[in-house]
Design a binder for this molecule. Structure first.
Ligand code: HPA
Length: 278
């Protein structure tokens, strides 16, 4: 079901956060499945559970904590989402992307999104990290674009450009930071599906033919909304499992969470390096 959220509602949520913080965050960081630990390094942190906020959806997925952690990371004022909202939880696209709208109304101009993803590129191994260079909006192609409904003219245009969803300068910075830290950083195209079922072997062969290197159930709607408001975006996928193109292996949420333990330290190093260079 489509529920549209107005600017007045977004601003109500934004005000509720503003009242609890004394800093002006400059960057929003979205933590994906199994990557929650990054929020533990936030200094002078203020914790705001999503359930305390008006209009705010609550993340129901195991491995997603469900709160904002607002404070400093590498000396940069940051708003960290410890747990995100997915479309498959039954929320509308407007609800899924409300956190990004709130970031925009808080004056945040940069977003770092992370996720857990299945590796579709045959060379990718569980534990790898992939810089997202572009995205396949498969949800949008079937009518689930988060910008449907009344346009928020105060934030962005009706028909926003998507020629550069992921910021090239930030991507170059991520590559440099990875190199300095001896981290193998893959790069590629992230395909966003609604889930919650994992893909069939035929789905995966289709995605590979369509140019996907990784597949997951998030990120794409958030990035579209971020770009609508002209935020600069960096995207990182933690490859938690290998796509099962021939049906010989089984994919589970447990392995996604398990792989997060190998991926988190690498993602943390890259995110810290980027924050230093912002
Ligand atoms: N498919 C979709 N989403 C995922 C996967 C996958 O294989 N792994 C982690 N998130």
């Amino acid at each position: 079901m489509q529920t549209f959220i107005s600017l007045a509602q977004i601003d109500l949520t934004t005000q509720a956060i503003k009242q609890q913080i004394s800093i002006q965050p400059v960057v929003g960081i979205v933590l994906g499945s199994g990557l929650n630990d990054l929020a533990d390094s936030v200094q002078n942190a203020v914790y705001i559970p999503y359930s305390d906020l008006p209009n705010f959806p609550v993340s129901t997925v195991h491995g997603h904590v469900g709160r904002f952690v607002i404070g400093e990371l590498e000396g940069k004022p940051a708003l960290v989402m410890q747990g995100r909202i997915h479309y498959y939880e039954g929320y509308s696209m407007d609800q899924v992307t409300l956190p990004v709208r709130v970031m925009q109304r808080l004056g945040i101009s940069s977003m770092i999104v992370t996720n857990a993803a299945g590796g579709v590129h045959p060379d990718f191994e569980p534990g790898d990290v992939m810089l997202i260079t572009d995205q396949l909006n498969l949800m949008g192609m079937s009518g689930l674009n988060p910008l449907m409904g009344p346009n928020l003219d105060e934030i962005g245009p009706r028909f926003p450009d998507m020629s550069q969803p992921y910021d090239r300068a930030y991507s170059d910075l991520a590559r440099r930071v990875a190199k300095e830290n001896n981290i193998l950083l893959r790069d590629g195209v992230y395909a966003g599906l609604s889930g919650p079922s994992f893909e069939s072997p035929a789905d995966l062969r289709f995605l590979r033919l369509a140019g996907a290197d990784a597949v997951g159930m998030s990120t794409v709607p958030e990035v579209i909304v971020a770009r609508h408001g002209n935020m600069r975006v960096l995207g990182l996928s933690g490859i938690s499992n290998k796509a099962n193109l021939d049906g010989s292996t089984v994919t589970t949420h447990e392995e996604v969470i398990e792989a997060g333990k190998v991926i988190t330290p690498k993602v943390e190093k890259i995110v810290r390096g980027i924050l230093c260079g912002l």
